[in-house]
Design a binder for this molecule. Sequence first.
Ligand code: RNT
Ligand code: ZN
Length: 418
Amino acid sequence: MKQELVQRAYDIAVERYAAVGVNVEAALTKLQRVSLSLHCWQADDVTGFERADGTLSGGIQATGNYPGKARDLQELRADILKAKSLIPGTHRLSLHEIYGDFGGEFVDRDQVEPRHFAGWIAWARENGLKLDFNSTSFSHPKSGDLSLANPDKAIRDFWIEHTKRCRLISEEMGKAQGDPCIMNLWVHDGSKDITVNRLRYRQLLKESLDEIFATPYRHMKDCIEAKLFGIGLESYTVGSYDFYLGYGASHGKIVTLDTGHFHLTESVADKVSSLLLFTPEIMLHVSRPIRWDSDHVTIMNDDTLDLAKEIIRADALDRVHVGLDYFDASINRVGAYVIGSRATQKCFLQALLEPLDLLREHEANGRFFERLALLEEAKSLPWNAAWDMFCARNDVPVGEEFIVDIQRYEREVTSKRS
Ligand code: RNT
Ligand code: ZN
């Protein structure tokens, strides 16, 4: 895109926004500080490097068989760097335990150590990325239907040990990067059919968490992710939202809001202002559920816009970590990263450009027609000119121009993978 065209549109947008009391430059400065935590698992359909024949279990599923998925650590890193080069701003990378650098050896989950991530830490530093982390309870012979909530003490202890080790790894990552590593804990524990001992498993999960969190750390932060149901685990989820909200509020832990983990008509955006009052921070897994927790590529839809707006309206950017979580195996996977990341950023930009002062004034004065009218008009203010400028300033393709970059990468790299 011609820089001159971007500039002209931007200048007009700045003037237009000034008329409703919005400073576009200030919005772009804030957007620059919104770091997304890119989920490493979009590149290979949540396979990881633990086993050659890794199949996905634990109530989640990546559908599609688009060619060219990353087959090893090198390919995964290359794909992530490619995606990163097309996303404006400075971002983070979220690793799952099964993406360790195991050097061809089998390292069981209760044996994993910080050294298995030393290579990642060095690579992340070289590439200006900070790391976040996730323990991995799924895709393992001991996963079953119950991990941290398993009545069998031996299995429970195995997963407790795993999760403790993951916290230590996170601590090392945080220390090395001089910025806290955010560690997400999600376990799939649940049941396909009617469960008559719901309290018992929740009690066990609570006890396991208490044991896991017993060691305090300074360079990592814990998040606990709730869910509505998993595939094959439809009737009961031990780690429901009520469970983790209660745990998070009473233990000062961050609750992860995955936008695919609620009833489809439930507003995730509306949870922000309540969570902020009772838990230290918020972790997001921005996704797109279609009929169920389908983990479709995030797009700029009302759900994501509402979520971003609630965060900005609560002036909570500093207390919210924006992670992505989707895995679509049916389209170009690198392209999927770029679409979802840019869509999330576009939502935050629109949120930052809301004429909030004026809207709040209308609201305070009971002028509800004026509030609604301005909200409607704000939807078509020229935010896209600010977005184009943001991309240009960050040296990434403007608008649809990134499509050819993805096509070229596919031609030259991913299509050659068998
Ligand atoms: C599953 C959760 C969880 C996973 C990742 C791979 O429903 O959303 O966050 O998607 O850990
Ligand atoms: Zn998630």
